[in-house]
Every structure is written in C-alpha cells, then in structure tokens.
Design a protein around this ligand. Sequence first.
Ligand SMILES: *Cc1c(COP(=O)(O)O)cnc(C)c1O
Length: 369
Amino acid sequence: MIPVNQPLLDGNEKKYLLECIETGWISSEGPFVAQFEEKFAARVGRRHAIAVCNGTAALDAAVTALGIGPGDEVILPAFTIISCIAQIVRAGARPVLVDSDPITWNMDVQQLKARISQRTKAIMVVHIYGLPVEMDPVLELAERHGLKIVEDAAEVHGQTYKGRPCGSFGDISTFSFYPNKHITTGEGGMIVTDREDLAERCRSLRNLCFQPQKRFVHTDLGWNFRMTNLQAAVGLAQLERLDEFVARKRLMGRKYTELLSEIPGIQLPQTQVDYAENIYWVYGLVLKDAVPFDAGDAMRKLQAEGIGTRPFFWPMHEQPVFQKAGLFSGERYPVSERLARRGFYVPSGLALTDSQMQRVAEALALVMR
Ligand SMILES: *Cc1c(COP(=O)(O)O)cnc(C)c1O
C-alpha cells in the first residue's frame, strides 16, 4: 500500500526533541516556541508570528482578532476546508461565497467585486493545493472598499506570489503544520501579521486571555491554543529544510505530470501561472466530463491497486451542517460542485519515492483504461 502521505523527519527533529526531553522543557513555555516563531516570521517577512496548536485554531484566532461578528460579511471561496468558515459562522457573521477557477482551482477573483456589500468586512484568501490566488485584484478591491484580508496560507509554505512570500499579504495570515503540509509539527499552526495590535490580541486569545497583572481575572474569552516546545522543536528542524522540501515537491509535481500526461480522461494540476510556479501541496486530479465514473469510484479502484488517495474538498454551500442552519439556500457554485465530485489527489507526501510515483502512474493508467 502506498499511503497518501508520509512526512520526512530525517533532519534535526530527533536532536531538538531529545533536547526538550533532556532539559525538561516540554510545555509551551520552552525556548523552541519563541525561536520557531522568530524564524518563521523572518521567513515570510512578517513582524510577528504566534505559534498555535493547529491551523484551524490559527484561523479561529485570526477571525476573532479582527473583531468579525454579527452584522459583518466575510467573502471566502466555496471550495475550501471547513476550518476557514467555522469561526465566521460561530461569531454570528455571514459567510459569502465565491466559486473557483476551473484551471487553478483557486477562488475566481473576477467574482469578488459582485459579492461586496455595505456589510463586507473582510476577504478570506485561501491558496489552494500549492498555487497562489491572484493577489493583485484582491489587494486592490480590499484597498478600495476598506476591507481586511485574512490569508490562509496552510497549503503554500515557501510559495511566493510575484516573488513575495505567501503569508505576507493582507492584515493577518495563517499556516498549518499538519503532517501533510510542506512542513509539519505533527499538529500545529502559526499566525503571522505586521500589526502589533493583532499580534497582541492573538497572543492573548491563544492563552485563555489571561491578564498579565491579574492572571485569573478575565475581560475576554480566549482558548488554550498553545503550541508545545516539542512541536516547536520539530517545526524548527523542518523549517531549516523548507527550501529543499519545496524544491522536492516541485520535482515530484513535474515527474507526476510527465508520468500522467498521456493518460486519457484526467485534468492535471496547472504547472504554473504568470505569477507563480506550483509547489503541489497535493497532486490533484480532476476526471474529465467524458469519464463515465466519478472520483469516489476512481478512488475505490485505486485503493484496490494499493494506492492511497483523498477526495477534494466538499464545497461550503453543500455542507449539511450549513443547510440545516438555512445558510446558502438555493446558491450554486458549479465549478466547486464539479471539483468536489470529480477531484481527488494521489500520494503526494515528501517521503514518496520515484518508484512509488511510477507505481501510482501504472495503477492510474489501469483504472482509466
Ligand atoms: C490544513 C488546512 C487547514 C487546517 O489546518 P489544521 O492544522 O489541520 O487545523 C486550514 N486551511 C487550509 C487551507 C488547510 O489546507
């Protein structure tokens, strides 16, 4: 069986973890947390970084720090993970969706303008599967309408847009370090921002809104979103190799594209756009309309051949949890709907070998015959 993801942990991870154990520093108070934050901030060109326990927590804190609440609208892609929308809904704000581009799978920025209203407070940008969103039109709209930008960069560590790091755009950006991301801490996340006020608010939200003076007296509700020193130790070791990992992912993407380009019926990821080259967080495939089965069938057939896969995201407007709540009733986002039904991804982890990729290609050729 070729698993859909296997991380690469053969750098300084063991050494730094051993240091945690030998010194007894295992909690969030340990020194690796601040080091990881400092190095990560420098890497994305932000003034502040706040390490948290996962990427979803990073988004929850970012949305809360911006003061998004009842009466506000936030524009975000329909085709994304539930993490993006959860805190918007919980806070009583209204999520407003836009469909995807069929080639890049990112939010179609041409559709943004029509979704802006008097109540729009922010645009949440989500870079999907390793290719950045076209940022210039987003930045321009945000500027013109006085909107905040939350940038979810969980799938693009080390990626750039026109040479500028992803994670450096807008008011606040977030990352995840789940084991299938470009760098991992097992579970983990990071918030980055240039704004002192947002950084301070996120640090407070991460730590239960304890007050510096009267610790157990609270004027706000926060969470325990702290990252442990153990996680930061792994993160620091991973960050040292980010360039190498991005280069390897690009090589893997190019190799997959070469191996799969002759197989009929599948749309491959866009290799590059004029503002970036794909870093293939995952190597996604979309079944063309002529193929008589859907992604679920293809994934079952690949499973029988010993190939692990994962489905694409399921769009936000089709989530039962929101339909029950009366959200998005009657709304249609046809590209997202199609991607959800026709898209899946093949093994894409950093530990994947060339011969395993060869086997994936052979299995796909068999399934698509
Ligand atoms: C992985 C991911 C998240 C969530 O991160 P977790 O660490 O799993 O909570 C959020 N947004 C995007 C786009 C992701 O890919």
